[in-house]
Design a protein around this ligand. Structure first.
Ligand code: FEO
Ligand code: CA
Ligand code: CA
Length: 629
């Protein structure tokens, strides 16, 4: 990473910068030069001159791609490098909410110049928007949306380097993160928040939560403040999201490790705790000094507190007084998002990525079936967690993480899911970000954003990360999207077929594997796919969190962006670009499908107002008010 501006880093990059993974062996070299000699494993992708051509085994039909007319209802836009948002001709965007905008009238005039008053910092829209979902409830339009991490320099401008100097500073940062639930409405001027709506709610780092599922009450979850191990405070580093068939919001705790530090560098821990700290990246120093002012985040005093993070949390956006629930049945790792779908027989299937280099892709299948109006808590806990294994012959298997398969007890599988996945023999992946399943076909996709360690060094558990079929490029700078179709058209099935929907790359710079797949061309260059949602028509919306310096390997990519892909032809077109420095993340539709809400996280320029950069949610519509999803 060069010329790092910490205010424009994604939380993923921030974690890597502050918590570099330990060297596990001496095979620490960049092997880019080897890629051109080596080619790909297993003939997944064959290469033509300057660009990769899809192999015969792919699920996509390349002849269909050549013959069909585009399904896209817009003219793709060019890459951009400036400080503005761009959308295609015939579309327009308007601001919905910015960090610091009031959710309640008592926070009107919240002044950002000194980061704002701490006593009002939980009455405003939070910082760094990420995953979101919309809910239509009794005539009300609601959005639940994540606030992933703080920008210390922006949120605490009076503090040295943005590091908290007081308990009040820590509290302010804690209040700016977590989740917002808010009611929105559309008027002649566009969409706006309904200030003081009874649905408006901030959930932050100190909001009481319940812990349920196989790890609830386990000794490793007990603390002095909660000797039962069944309640906790707060949800943090809320990255991607999900929505259940019963109308609740799932928020996913990702880089939770960064919030913890230790006042005693030499503190010793039980072996199991210490091994967990190593695998999950806990260190003596936190990102932002929480542990200096809030002993809950000091692992030498509270070694079990980190075990109470790294979960998926369910929130009922229609019940503002409800207590959020941490579902330990869905495993503990750096959760990206939670893509919920139903199996053929109504069992609940949740696909989940663990965003770390060389970690795994998971799914959960409930034992019970979803019944409208029926009991739902057990559906996210009573079931089987699986890790994905991708075979070179383009088949795959979901390996159950059971005591028999892993040699671990059920609660340990839940708390130390990464170790269970290693023991079961899953396939190490290039940083699984969002999973999206199609509403019109029985198939799912996962963004594998990039992985500079592929073929360079093992993951923190020592698992081999040599190039493999779905992660075929060593020192992978660009990322790819893997797709799978479950056997028997049933998401509960243990077998699947898979292919690569796209390998990002740059055919204007490279003529080897780094050129990318055949559906990447000069007109749609992008890198590091991250957010992904499939709309009601089956089109795949892809958001990026990558290198936007527009130079060398990334020449022609421009700023981070949102593209749309056709699942049948493989065609991909650029729909939107964000301001420089930003990541585009989070996408949801109004219930009439005439507006798409898109998140702009950590803008680097003075977007949107020419002053302090403010992470925001924008509303995109067609000028003719046509459908957009
Ligand atoms: Fe928060 Fe992996 O993105
Ligand atoms: Ca992400
Ligand atoms: Ca990312």
């Amino acid at each position: 990473m060069k010329d790092v501006d910490p205010t424009t880093l994604s939380a993923d990059d921030w974690d890597e910068l502050h918590f570099p993974r330990p060297e596990e062996n001496d095979f620490d070299r960049v092997v880019e030069s080897a890629i051109s000699r080596r080619g790909f494993l297993s003939g997944v992708v064959a290469f033509g001159s300057g660009a990769a051509a899809m192999g015969a085994g792919l699920l996509t039909s390349t002849s269909a791609q050549a013959q069909s007319a585009s399904r896209f209802a817009f003219t793709p836009i060019a890459a951009q490098t400036g400080g503005a948002v761009h959308v295609p001709e015939g579309y327009e965007w308007k601001m919905l909410m910015r960090w610091g905008d009031p959710l309640f009238a008592d926070a009107d005039g919240y002044d950002l110049t000194d980061g704002g008053p701490v006593e009002k910092s939980d009455r405003i829209f939070g910082e760094n928007t990420d995953g979101m979902e919309t809910f239509a409830f009794q005539g009300h339009e609601l959005i639940a949306i994540n606030h992933e991490y703080p920008n210390g320099k922006i949120n605490l401008p009076a503090s040295q380097e943005g590091v908290p100097a007081s308990a009040g500073d820590v509290l302010k940062l804690q209040n700016l993160q977590g989740v917002t639930v808010m009611e929105i409405t559309e008027g002649p001027e566009g969409w706006s928040v309904v200030k003081d709506s009874p649905f408006n709610r901030r959930i932050h780092h100190n909001t009481p939560m319940n812990i349920v599922g196989p790890a609830a009450g386990h000794d490793l979850l007990k603390t002095e403040a909660d000797p039962t191990g069944t309640t906790s405070l707060g949800t943090m580093n809320n990255c991607g999201a999900g929505k259940t068939p019963w109308g609740t919001y799932l928020t996913c705790e990702e880089n939770f490790n960064g919030y913890f530090g230790s006042s005693d560098e030499n503190a010793s821990y039980d072996q199991k705790v210490a091994e967990g700290f190593k695998r999950y990246g806990l260190r003596a120093e936190s990102w932002n000094g929480y542990e200096l002012f809030d002993p809950r985040f000091d692992t030498s005093k509270n070694p079990n507190e980190p075990h109470r993070l790294g979960w998926i949390v369910e929130i009922d956006p229609t019940q503002p007084d409800s207590t959020p629930v941490k579902h330990t049945g869905l495993g503990r790792f750096k959760h990206e998002n939670a893509e919920v779908t139903l199996a053929a027989d109504g069992r609940v299937v949740v696909y989940m990525g663990d965003d770390e280099r060389g970690e795994y892709l998971y799914k959960f299948v409930s034992n019970g079936s979803y019944q409208p109006g029926g009991e739902t808590e057990s559906l996210l806990n009573d079931g089987t967690l699986y890790v994905a294994k991708f075979n070179d012959d383009m088949t795959g298997a979901w390996l159950p993480l059971t005591p028999e398969a892993t040699g671990m007890e059920a609660a340990d599988i839940s708390i130390f899911t990464r170790m269970a996945a290693s023991a079961a023999g899953g396939t190490t992946m290039d940083r699984p970000e969002w999973v999206a399943s199609s509403p019109v076909a029985v198939e799912a996709y996962c963004c594998l954003t990039n992985n500079k360690n592929r073929g360079v060094k093992p993951n923190a558990g020592g698992d081999d990360t040599s190039a493999n079929a779905p992660n075929p490029r060593e020192a992978n700078k660009y990322g790819q999207i893997v797709r799978w179709r479950p056997v028997n058209d049933d998401h509960a099935a243990e077998g699947f077929d898979w292919d690569l929907y796209v390998m990002a790359g740059n055919p204007t710079v490279h003529s080897d594997a780094r050129a990318g797949s055949a559906n990447v061309n000069e007109g749609n260059l992008f890198n590091s796919p991250d957010g992904m949602v499939i709309d009601s028509t089956g089109l795949i919306w892809i958001q990026t969190d990558g290198n936007d310096d527009n130079e060398e390997d990334f020449a022609g990519n421009g700023n981070n962006q949102m593209l749309v892909g056709d699942p049948v032809t493989g065609e991909i077109a650029r729909f939107m670009t964000g301001p420089n420095g930003c990541e585009v993340t989070g996408l949801a539709w109004s219930s009439d499908l005439r507006t798409m809400f898109v998140g702009i996280q950590h803008p680097g320029s003075n977007w949107p107002d020419g002053g302090t950069p403010r992470s925001s949610v924008i509303a995109i519509k067609r000028a003719d008010n046509g459908l957009v999803g």
